[in-house]
Ligand binder design. Structure first.
Ligand code: 1JT
Length: 253
């Protein structure tokens, strides 16, 4: 489905990463992929994971460093010549901000969370646009805490609200160039990021009991939805947030 298409994937940290599930789904459909990693610490992980993917590129990119972003897109332009899709699966907030009351959020934690988790999408969209010569598709990851209060999600909820809104504004700006922008709102998954969350086990159990499908989401299922959104099957979908949460978000009481 993605033969002759090239994609860039941001946010692989290890084999449990949602970004890695997206990459596997896209690679299985013939996409040529470039991966970015944040910090030397993760370089080896990403290189090991991608070593069997034919033609895969691995480039450093810390989104708080504009020179990194420029260099990463330059490498992709040189090696691939064009870009058809971009998957953004990046978020960060200081640990202390994901615990206790939202009202205690520091200026520093707020700024960091919104810069890395929300602004980076706009930053990467601007850098990607010149390479998306035949149109393109941009996909990001969100979470229900953007919309409703989820205990402890706190400033990440505010960042995800900004992210989902950014998806709509970007969709309007980039639609003229046939570039689509969408978000996947995934149910909680036990990844490295989620590991730091208090009561993650209890939350997964609650969803397994209350969601219409009576289970949790697998990263593979989020990856398959990202594949749909970067493929031509979703050619009239833009500005949307698609829930991949076993139906949890439709439940009231
Ligand atoms: C981050 C973290 C972004 C965890 C995230 C996230 N998006 C979803 N999760 C899982 C999660 C986290 C909390 C939660 C429910 C789900 C951690 C590092 C920073 C970025 O609250 C109940 C806190």
């Amino acid at each position: 489905m993605l033969e002759n298409k090239t994609g860039m994937i941001f946010g692989v940290a290890n084999q449990r990463s949602i970004a890695w599930a997206c990459a596997q789904a896209c690679a299985a459909q013939g996409a040529k992929l470039a991966f970015t990693y944040q910090g030397e610490r993760l370089k080896e992980n990403v290189e090991k994971l991608t070593k069997d993917l034919e033609g895969a590129l691995v480039v450093p990119c810390d989104v708080t460093n504009q020179a990194d972003v420029d260099a990463a897109f330059q490498t992709v332009e040189k090696e691939f010549g064009k870009l058809d899709f971009l998957i953004h699966s990046i978020a960060f907030a200081p640990k202390e901000a994901l615990d206790g009351e939202f009202v205690m959020t520091s200026r520093e934690a707020f700024t960091t969370a919104l810069e890395i988790s929300a602004f980076s999408l706009t930053q990467l969209a601007l850098a990607a646009t010149p390479l998306m010569k035949d149109g393109g598709s941009i996909v990001t990851m969100s979470y229900y805490g953007a919309e409703k209060v989820v205990q402890n999600y706190n400033v990440m909820g505010v960042a995800k609200a900004a992210l989902e809104s950014s998806v709509r504004y970007l969709a309007e700006d980039l639609g003229k160039q046939n570039i689509r922008v969408n978000a996947v709102s995934a149910g909680p998954i036990n990844t490295l990021s989620a590991r730091g969350v208090k009561n993650m086990g209890a939350m997964l159990k609650h969803i397994a009991e209350k969601s219409p499908l009576r289970r949790n989401v697998e990263a593979r299922e989020v990856g398959n939805t990202a594949l749909f959104l970067v493929s031509d099957l979703s050619s009239a979908i833009t500005g949307e947030t698609i829930y991949v949460d076993c139906g949890f978000n439709i439940i009231g009481v």
